[in-house]
Design a protein around this ligand. Sequence first.
Ligand code: AKG
Ligand code: FE2
Length: 313
Amino acid sequence: MVMPSFYPSKGTDGPWVDPTIGDAAARRRFGDRMAQVKATLAKQLVDRRTLAEDGAQTHEMSYTRYGPGASLPRHTDEHHGELKKAHSVASGDENKKRNEGASSPSPSGSEAPRSGDGKTTRRSVTWLVYLNDNWDAQLDGGALRVHERAAPSAAPVGARGADLQIGWLKATASEGELPVFLDAHRPGESGNCCLYAAYADGSTRDLSRAPFTASPTLYLAGGDFFARRLLVDEPRDAARFHLIDSPKSAVSGLLPPTPPEGEDGGERIRDVPPTAGTLVLFDSVSVPHEVLPTTRRERFACSGWFHERVLYS
Ligand SMILES: O=C(O)CCC(=O)C(=O)O
Ligand SMILES: [Fe+2]
């Protein structure tokens, strides 16, 4: 009973598709509902051209369980292919670091088809449906902490065709906060990468004077400090620039922890208790998030990712 859009995250037929486990009919109804959500988003979101496709590798779905004490560090669920090429951690593998107590495999560290590694789709929209009755946000911990931008974006976020977002230009007195995308197909003498900011009217402005080689500057831990110096040419832009999420490396742990308002002070935290019946949806590229430690109970969720075709492979 495999939905056309479903493929198992771990390459095995788990409870979602094994009719002998639990209430298979209920799972099928749930899967159909989530497929409807995907179809609705495909119509309503801006420039998500291939989200409507319902073929193989277009919808991941799994169960997750966190035991008491488990947590998941800050991460984003999808990254630019250029970031993944040379850096396994930047590919989402930081999710494998889910802390003590979780017994189920991390969906984000799964065998899911990933862009940048020869796969045909990428995560576009992350969804979560929580399953915990009578969850007490104060006593039970385990909130999903979403690191939103405090200011609304002046232009659509996450992806512009083949180019995925990697950062932000903070708002000024005259200009709203702008998403920054990486174009990895710019012909140039010394590289193929160019950063640009996108505006509400669809226009763009380059932040790099000439195309550069992505490696190793994009993978350097040190976050905004290095990114501002190495990636953005104009000092006025550099002062405004902020990476969505710092690259992780061997030295990340030695750097000061990110404050709640983010490295650039431009973030706002939203804590969502994992209460049964709650549906959470967010862009897989542009929204850093984490799971705060659970205290005393097991935490169960259905999680999934609606995929879009990789346009830049
Ligand atoms: O369970 C949650 O609330 C979020 C899990 C998550 O972020 C992930 O698995 O990538
Ligand atoms: Fe995640």
